[in-house]
Design a protein around this ligand. Structure first.
Ligand code: GLU
Length: 366
């Protein structure tokens, strides 16, 4: 596979549940062993590789005898994940060891990567592990993450992990070999090899996961592609329904990175999935932001939610969310300044004001 994600110095490979677990809930060992041989060859050639592995819930459900693949309720999914994860870790550790590699497990929740400090910790751990030639095997910490805060799919998790790992490429190994202009099973469906503008293809995605095992489907893959490409990372969707999926040139869809020079901080900000609140702005302010300006209080019309200074907030224009940024004030102080000119701020607040509600260096347009 010679396409850019596979040939970059640091790569994240995401493996979907249906590739790891067969229809009876058993591990697809021979296939995984082939993938691990590919990973070993890449590490041997100097590429640093991290794996994002699904499959905990599917594996655990079988062991606990749970219906609906362990996804009938959140409690079931969490119990299945806890049971399956320990088995999954054992499978990866054994297979990697057989190839002379050291496995390292990292379980992360959405919150871990949304909180700047914890994100930087995860980032440092990933970098250290890969520098030591260990292979991080990452999954969502499903047994503690709750419905509202969990990633819910490992596609977006893989894109966030790639950011945290400073990777330039992500390969999502899936049960499909890429994006089609309609349901791949429909007559006349055409494979799309290279995607430059995600907005032009977003409507083609189907929400359902083809295997019914994972939670992804093409929608989450496109969401992952948005996070990755905006952060300067190429992302490919490629089939895992072949032996040795990382060797040779296999059919895939490539989402090419928009701008390689996005700062790491802005990439983290733009790729986030949650916000603590929102600042609504008028059309004039929305235009100023699009030209690279800061969000000034005078252009704000309303503040929503409970956020503290330094929290991530959405910026909403008249037609929806236009940016994400770090708040310079907590929600109450920001609300007090809404619509007010800068020369009034000190008197309103009773302390020396900052220059903006969100400074342009902490703002990312979406
Ligand atoms: N983290 C889940 C698991 O290990 C999979 C999420 C997904 O389907 O992408 O089972």
């Amino acid at each position: 596979m010679l396409f850019p994600p596979a040939s970059c110095p640091r790569l994240v490979v995401k493996v979907g549940s249906a590739l790891i677990v067969d229809g009876d809930g058993g591990v697809r060992r021979p296939w995984l062993a082939g993938l691990v041989r590919d990973i070993a060859a890449r590490v041997g050639a100097g590429q640093q590789v991290a794996v994002v592995s699904s499959g905990a819930i599917a594996l655990g459900a079988r062991r606990l005898g749970l219906a609906k693949g362990g996804r009938a309720s959140l409690d079931d999914a969490q119990a299945a994940a806890a049971t399956g994860q320990i088995a999954l870790a054992g499978v990866w550790a054994g297979l990697l060891e057989a190839e002379g590699l050291v496995a390292a497990q990292m379980l992360v929740t959405l919150d871990d990567l949304e909180d700047r400090r914890r994100y930087l910790n995860a980032s440092a751990t990933l970098a250290r592990l890969m520098a030591l030639r260990a292979v991080p095997v990452v999954n969502e910490n499903d047994s503690v993450a709750t419905a509202e805060i969990r990633f819910g799919d490992n596609d977006r998790l893989a894109a966030r992990v790639a950011q945290a790992a400073g990777a330039r490429g992500v390969v999502l190994l899936s049960d499909v070999d890429g994006l089609y202009d309609r349901n791949p099973a429909a007559p006349g469906a055409t494979h799309i090899a290279r995607i430059q503008r995600i907005d032009a293809v977003a409507h083609m995605a189907d929400t359902a996961s083809a295997s019914g095992m994972g939670s992804g489907g093409m929608v989450s893959k496109i969401a992952a592609a948005r996070i990755a490409t905006a952060a300067g990372i190429d992302l490919a969707i490629s089939s895992g329904r072949v032996d040795r999926p990382l060797s040779g040139d296999h059919r895939h869809s490539l989402f090419a990175a928009e701008d390689r020079e996005v700062s790491a901080r802005k990439a983290w900000l733009g790729g986030g999935l949650t916000t603590k609140g929102a600042i609504h702005v008028d059309a004039g302010a929305a235009g100023a932001l699009a030209k690279g300006g800061s969000l000034l209080a005078a252009g704000a019309v309303r503040v929503e939610g409970k956020f503290g200074r330094g929290d991530v907030v959405a910026v909403e224009g008249p037609f929806g969310i236009i940016a994400r940024g770090l708040a310079e004030y907590d929600a109450a102080d920001a609300a007090a300044l809404v619509g007010r000119r800068s020369d009034e701020h000190a008197a309103i607040l009773g302390y020396a004001p900052r220059t903006a509600l969100v400074h342009r260096s902490h703002l990312v347009m979406l």
